[in-house]
Ligand binder design. Structure first.
Ligand code: GLN
Length: 232
């Protein structure tokens, strides 16, 4: 996948299945809000991007090891992560929430998870939140690398709930995942594009400049509309 302009090529790590931010369409092409946004910014700023669909945790590790130049993966800007990565200006406001198998009225919130199992993504904010809740409520955590696997795990009854970013659960439900949301959503910070600490400052600067341009031009809203425009 390339940005379509001349100029330097940057390797960008991303998640595998985090629809509508990154996923493969029916023809196998990597699409989604993050992909389109990054391509639009690259075009605006005259650089090229090559995506590596690594998985969330693997992408973060690749960034730490300087195996990729940046990561865009619906990645929440957190203080902890800011110690090791430099983030762009925020481009989306995140929320995380619990979901259960449709019709499983046994699970209505954290307290109902006592003795049960929750699926989360390895290295995610949801995993962190689940670990905190585990100090009060005794449940098992199954950490998985892919959102699709998390959904399957709940659908097959190998987990009683999952926690993931709200737009991802909502999009999945719309696509027929067979889940339903429970509990009150919690804030999950703002999503940002990340580079390794003190590396690729030029790329970060171009991302911010390009983000502002595509926001001002209306291209950003068009991208959002493509994937989460008319939910009903
Ligand atoms: N926004 C969440 C986080 O940063 C999840 C990201 C993801 O699963 N790709 O932890």
């Amino acid at each position: 996948d390339t940005g379509g302009s001349t100029g330097e090529t940057y390797i960008i790590g991303t998640d595998t299945t985090f629809a509508p931010f990154e996923f493969r369409d029916a023809s196998g092409e990597l699409v989604g809000i993050d992909m389109d946004l990054m391509r639009a910014i690259a075009e605006d700023q005259g650089f090229q991007v090559e995506f590596q669909s690594l998985g969330f945790n693997a992408a973060l590790q690749a960034l730490t090891a300087n195996q990729v130049d940046g990561v865009i993966a619906g990645m929440s800007i957190t203080e902890e992560r800011q110690e090791i990565y430099d983030f762009s200006d925020p481009y989306f406001t995140g929320e995380i929430t619990l979901a259960r198998d449709e019709g499983n009225e046994e699970i209505n919130g954290w307290d109902d998870l006592e003795g049960k199992t929750i699926a989360v993504k390895t290295g995610s904010l949801s995993e962190e939140v689940a670990k905190e809740k585990q100090e009060e409520i005794d449940f098992n955590i199954t950490s998985l690398d892919q959102t699709t696997t998390m959904v399957q795990t709940v659908k097959t009854g190998n987990a009683d709930a999952l926690m993931d970013d709200l737009p991802i659960i909502a999009y999945g439900i719309q696509q027929g995942s067979g889940l339903e949301m429970i509990d009150e959503p919690e804030p999950a910070g703002e999503y940002g594009f990340a580079v390794n600490k003190d590396q690729n400052a030029d790329l970060l600067e171009m991302f911010n400049a390009g983000l502002q341009n595509v926001q001002e031009s209306g291209q950003y809203d068009e991208i959002l509309d493509t994937y989460i425009g008319n939910e009903d």
